[in-house]
Design a protein around this ligand. Structure first.
Ligand SMILES: [Zn+2]
Length: 132
């Protein structure tokens, strides 16, 4: 960033800066129970720590340490999301953490039921069964 630039809106500075690639943090190791123990968050949203855990696990599983959309035919590199703003279309590769078993069907909002997808793939799946 150049001097005098306006800082970008940061969605969750603790875990990632908006617009930057979701790269695995040096020293990250998956932690069971972080963001909720398996099956304990039926029908609930993910916590910020739970979302981070899902994205970091995804990134850790990639050869280059950059998280990618879970849909294998998409596989786009994901960037950290910005806070949504009226009239601003977010980039299509913003990371979204999706319930594998949908929230509306009682799927748990813990990282074991989470997957990272880009916006369009997440919307395509919606509350339906896993299409990939
Ligand atoms: Zn995708």
């Amino acid at each position: 960033m150049e001097a005098g630039d306006t800082p970008v809106l940061v969605h969750n500075a603790k875990y990632g800066t908006a617009g930057e690639l979701c790269q695995v943090r040096p020293g990250f190791t998956p932690k069971e129970g972080r963001g909720g123990k398996a099956g304990t968050r039926s029908g609930k949203k993910f916590t910020p720590a739970g979302k981070d855990e899902v994205i970091q696990r995804n990134a850790l599983g990639q050869d280059d340490g950059i998280a990618r959309c879970v849909n294998p035919t998409c596989n786009v590199e994901l960037v950290y999301p910005a806070k949504s703003k009226t009239g601003v279309t977010p980039p299509r590769n913003e990371a979204q953490v999706d319930h594998i078993e949908s929230e509306i069907n009682g799927g748990s909002g813990d990282p074991t039921n989470g997957q990272a997808a880009c916006g369009p793939c997440n919307r395509r799946k919606s509350d339906g069964p896993q299409p990939w």
